[in-house]
Design a protein around this ligand. Structure first.
Ligand code: SF4
Ligand code: SF4
Length: 100
């Protein structure tokens, strides 16, 4: 299992989660990404990041809301193909469009 970052992080990127992660498995590229991603291979399921997030963007994998299921794949994808992951985020929430 792993923890997963979801839609609420997009364009927020507060980074509190990065500060509390004991294994440094939350990453993004400054200037290129609109959200952060948890590496599912490295996450040790400690849960420290979840309460640290001010917008409640982080869930345990088995608690991800149905509407946010796609982000399980998007988090993992970023570690294999960041451009594709960014394209999925852009599809999900095109830049400049306000949340509904
Ligand atoms: S604390 Fe929440 S909003 Fe901030 S980077 Fe982490 S997941 Fe994104
Ligand atoms: S659950 Fe723990 S190990 Fe996994 S991303 Fe969050 S802080 Fe890091």
């Amino acid at each position: 299992m792993a923890y997963v970052i979801t839609e609420a992080c997009i364009d927020v990127m507060d980074k509190s989660c990065v500060d509390v992660c004991p294994v440094d498995c939350i990453h993004f590229e400054e200037g290129a990404d609109r959200m952060l991603y948890i590496n599912p291979e490295e996450c040790i399921d400690c849960g420290a990041c979840e309460p640290a997030c001010p917008v409640n963007a982080i869930y345990a994998e088995d608690a991800v809301p149905d509407s946010q299921e796609a982000f399980k794949e998007i988090n993992a994808l970023w570690y294999e193909d960041p451009d594709q992951a960014r394209a999925r985020v852009e599809q999900w929430k095109p830049i400049g469009v306000s949340p509904a």
